[in-house]
Ligand binder design. Sequence first.
Ligand code: 13P
Ligand code: SF4
Length: 302
Amino acid sequence: MKERTLADKIRDLKKLRNAVIVAHNYQRDEVQDIADYVGDSLGLSQEAAKSHADVIVFCGVHFMAETASILSPSKTILMPDLGAGCPMANMITAESLRTLKKKHPEATVVCYVNTTAEVKAESDICCTSSNAVKVVESVEGSEVIFVPDKYLAHYVSTKTKKKIIPWNGYCPTHFRILPEHILTQKGLHPEAEVMVHPECTPPVIALADKVLSTGGMCKYAKESKASEIIVGTEIGILHRLRKENPNKKFYPASESAICPNMKLATVEKVFWSLENMKYVVKVPDDIRISARNAVDKMLRVL
Ligand code: 13P
Ligand code: SF4
């Protein structure tokens, strides 16, 4: 009899637990390949909200699993490796946000989804990289506190008349992508279009043809007439781009744009996670209810 592979065993466990595996676009290639759904932060939240599974194995970083718990409190949310945090999300605390709010009592607080549940609970509305401009435009008032990503805040400020009050946070992975990297790739591939993530620094964004969330990049890659695209984001996305567009060429802006936390989940850890029902991520009710308010408001703006 043929020996059962790890993927077979994971499939069996998924059935037994009534579980689904969801993975962010930056996950390892082989983790993306065993996932039931691969997407960006917004897509993953929506998937968690509508899923009928009892268990969601979340291959991403901690704030993403928390968002799933906020939206689906009756489901068991598992992370294969609890150490997978987002350094940018950890650059602001609920307490420091409370202090900032006191300084700007008239401002509406928009938090990027890359925040802890406690920070979401202190915010009026949440956003992701795919809807940040729309969310900021949707709120009443002319002043917006935007946390924690100063570069996304800057990008949004170029698209709205509202006054944006940023927090001094940023993504260390996107920070590694330099304008020189884009220029080098443009020199090597003069016909290629450039798409970058809005977590990139302003000089990098200035060189881009398109500024998109990871989900937006996957969609754009399919629809664009360009047969070559330079990609300014975490390099895990290249797996999906190449798989879905075998006739197009994708060049990473920088090979060093790797998020180590996104690589912590492995296929072996996914198996272990389902086998042992660990590690459970559960946002306590007192925080969850206010945080949900901010996430629900965002989902209504879409
Ligand atoms: P999106 O997938 O929503 O574009 O976010 C990118 C990211 O850095 C998540 O941590
Ligand atoms: Fe956080 Fe950046 Fe990693 Fe995304 S890529 S999880 S923002 S550190």
